[in-house]
Write a protein that binds this ligand. Structure first.
Ligand code: NDP
Length: 246
């Protein structure tokens, strides 16, 4: 397998960590961003103990200038980005009639505008080198909507539009662009939801449990392979059967 340089945004989080591990174990050079240096260093050391060296660069995905610096830093430390996983994300849940402009903007900036901020500085280089893999981590709630998540569902649905447009523009340049839409996965983001709400969610999942971060990482890694070169503009729902719509 060809060794590539992969950037996973939000690599220190629950799903991000699993993606970083998976790509690193496949032999890729893997980079991720951080905002809190001390927290990031503790995470890096934990990964190093497991034999996984991660290239750490500062970066706020909601800030375009910070993202340009982040991509330059990755390029400098481990070469041009071949594989980009737009994974960093946040929620700021509340019903829309109570939602503040800030809650709307924070979620749209971090989940959707980040796709512009991070992808724009890597795409021209990928086109020049005629190879690239871009994967967005969207959400089941971008497909079906969710009470209390008008901001998040709008941002996550927007990521699909981004994926299918970018896929069309770059297909002839050896670049595939796909989306993975996880259902509820047992990470801090979901464990922060009150237990009684989580129990109600699990009842709706035909497989009968929350997902594991590794199950998302496996699918992301598949999209990044050479063998997946004819899969572009796809959206893969991984949700234990929770939502089976098109
Ligand atoms: P976590 O909260 O565990 O991790 C989120 C990661 O994103 C952290 O590394 C965090 O870094 C980073 N991040 C957040 N905001 C920014 C920012 N402005 N700039 C840079 N990095 C940032 O979330 P999950 O692992 O659960 O989720 C990962 C992705 O999967 C998200 O996009 C989420 O929406 C999506 N998803 C998750 C589901 C789930 O059930 N968990 C279900 C469906 C989709 P920091 O430590 O600095 O905050």
């Amino acid at each position: 397998m060809t060794q590539r340089t992969a950037l996973v945004t939000g690599g220190t989080g629950g799903i991000g960590t699993a993606i970083v591990r998976y790509l690193a174990k496949q032999g890729h050079r893997v980079a991720t961003n951080y905002r809190d240096e001390a927290k990031a260093e503790a995470w890096r050391q934990k990964m190093a103990k497991d034999g996984i060296e991660v290239c750490m660069v500062p970066g706020d995905v909601a800030d375009p200038t910070s993202c340009e610096d982040m991509i330059n830093a990755v390029h400098h430390k481990c070469g041009p980005v071949d594989i980009l996983v737009n994974n960093a994300g946040i929620t700021r849940d509340t019903t829309f009639h109570k939602m503040t402009y800030q809650q709307w903007m924070d979620v749209v900036n971090t989940n959707l505008n980040a796709c512009f901020n991070v992808t724009r500085p890597v795409i021209e280089d990928m086109r020049t080198r005629k190879w690239g893999r871009i994967v967005q981590i969207s959400s089941i709630n971008g497909q079906k909507g969710q009470y209390g998540q008008a901001n998040y569902a709008a941002a996550k649905a927007g990521m699909h539009g981004f994926t299918i447009s970018l896929a069309q523009e770059n297909a002839r340049f050896g670049i595939t662009v796909n989306t993975v839409s996880p259902g509820y996965v047992a990470t801090d983001m979901v464990m922060a939801v009150p237990e009684e709400v989580r129990e109600k969610i699990v009842v709706q999942i035909p497989v009968g449990r929350l997902g594991k971060p590794e199950e998302i990482a496996h699918a992301v890694a598949f999209f990044t392979t050479d063998e997946a070169s004819w899969i572009t503009g796809a959206n893969l729902a991984i949700n234990g059967g929770h939502y089976m719509g098109w």
